[in-house]
Design a protein around this ligand. Structure first.
Ligand code: ADP
Ligand code: ASP
Ligand code: MG
Length: 407
């Protein structure tokens, strides 16, 4: 008999029919003899809707009040799922993040888990009750309701799996696993049977939305096996696990694109020590999450520095660059939101030269201009015009023959 934490995303519980399907699945698992703990996201697009509502009411949106509002979405979902289970004769009880023992820091809208005290969940399990836990929420050390951030329900599920020493954490979603690229962009994309934590982390850092990055980090750190799978067909999906020393690493596993970043360029900066240090210190102090950075070779003693930031932080980054412009003796500051980062990921590239050359040649052959490049040991990323991103993904998926993936 296994203990399974099963997390359901918004699309999986979007309406009463879907909630019914989820409840039937849980009933089947219980009949098989497994102990199940559920973690549920807000229904459908409800989180977006609540965010929009807040914006319509006021420009002032205090974190404490926002978190109370957003977490209402999950609260609604857990009560309905729990009722559906009871309706099928499966005893179930719903729990808010706070009731489930999620203690967080006070960082509203992006709270970090400090501790999970799962006593009530354990007690429910041993009483034969299915606990239905609200995802992405907790209670802060100051006793306020907190939200763990977008995609936070994946992290709730992983943390609960660890706290309960569960056999696996199953992330049910609207695709049947982790694919070689987004199946909405490339219909020939293949589902992987398994992927290592290192590769999965690179994929999420490169922009793959599933599973949420923080949950993969947490699962990796605490050795929680992850199973990403479909809440529609219920077939086995993709296991995210530690490296298997028996298996040879694939050259390229996946192509990922991210169109949520913007580029900032500080032009005509004197090439002297300390400029980058003070600029990036100010950005860091303002919590701006800088991703790629490129500084050109200086010509005539001046150079350009370009970097990317999340779209939502562009305004702050531009304000900082503007106020630092005089101190940096820079000629100008500009930005471009019309970009996308396209990445190829694979552990095998460490020991195989030529992956970068093939990527750049393929983009060139398709007349796609590369604006920036960055690499890690197992990832190569190129910034391209946003309008070319889907085409870049398609041609790269084809040239690395990912549709023939068998692992
Ligand atoms: P949930 O709401 O269930 O937590 P998300 O909507 O956050 O799930 O993420 C699932 C979506 O991620 C899928 O619908 C799919 O279009 C997208 N996606 C992008 N890249 C990939 C990939 N490589 N493999 C699987 N899904 C991907
Ligand atoms: N409902 C929240 C969101 O959409 C949390 C989650 O689904 O993980 O981000
Ligand atoms: Mg989601």
């Amino acid at each position: 008999m296994a203990v399974l934490v099963q997390k359901f995303g918004g699309t999986s519980v979007a309406d009463p029919d879907r909630i019914g399907e989820v409840a039937s699945h849980v009933a089947r698992c219980r009949k098989r003899g497994d102990d199940v703990v559920l973690v549920v996201s807000a229904m459908g697009k409800e989180t977006d809707e609540l965010l929009r509502l807040a914006g319509d009411v006021s420009a002032r949106r205090p974190g404490r009040e926002m978190d109370m509002l957003i977490t209402a979405g999950e609260r609604k979902a857990i009560s309905l799922v729990s009722m559906a289970l009871n309706g099928l004769g499966v005893p179930a009880e719903c729990y808010t993040g706070s009731q489930a023992g999620f203690v967080t820091d006070v960082n509203h809208s992006n709270a970090k888990i400090i501790e999970v005290r799962p006593e009530r969940i354990r007690a429910a399990l041993s009483a034969g009750v299915v606990p239905v836990v609200a995802g992405a929420q907790g209670v802060s050390l100051e006793q306020n309701v907190t939200f763990l951030g977008r995609g936070g329900s994946d992290t709730t599920a992983v943390a609960l799996a660890k706290a309960l020493d569960a056999d696996a954490c199953e992330l049910y979603t609207d695709v049947s696993g982790v694919f070689t690229t987004d199946p909405r962009v490339v219909p020939e994309a293949r589902r992987m049977h398994r992927i290592t934590f290192d590769e999965m982390l690179e994929m999420t850092a490169a922009g793959c939305p599933k599973p949420a990055m923080r949950s993969v980090e947490y699962a990796h750190r605490h050795h929680v096996p992850l199973h990403v799978r479909s809440a529609f067909t219920w077939e086995p999906g993709t296991w995210v696990t530690e490296e298997d020393p028996e298996m040879e690493a694939a050259l390229i596993r996946a192509v990922v694109s991210d169109d949520t970043e913007a580029k900032v360029t500080v032009a005509g900066v004197p090439d002297r020590p300390g400029i980058a240090g003070s600029l990036f210190r100010r950005l860091a102090d303002a919590d701006v999450n800088v991703d790629m950075i490129v500084q050109n070779v200086s010509v005539g003693g001046v150079t350009d520095i370009s970097f990317t930031v999340p779209d939502g932080q562009l305004e702050t980054a531009m304000e900082i660059c503007g106020s630092e412009r005089a101190a940096m003796d820079a000629a100008g500051v500009s930005s471009d939101v019309d970009i996308a980062k396209v990445s190829v990921v694979g552990a095998g590239m460490k020991s195989n030269p030529g992956v970068a050359a093939m990527m750049f040649e393929t983009l060139a052959a398709n007349d796609i201009n590369i604006e920036m490049i960055s690499t890690s040991a197992i990832r190569i990323s190129a910034v391209v015009p946003r309008g070319d991103a889907d085409r870049a993904v398609q041609v790269l998926h084809e040239v690395y023959e990912l549709a023939d993936t068998t692992f």
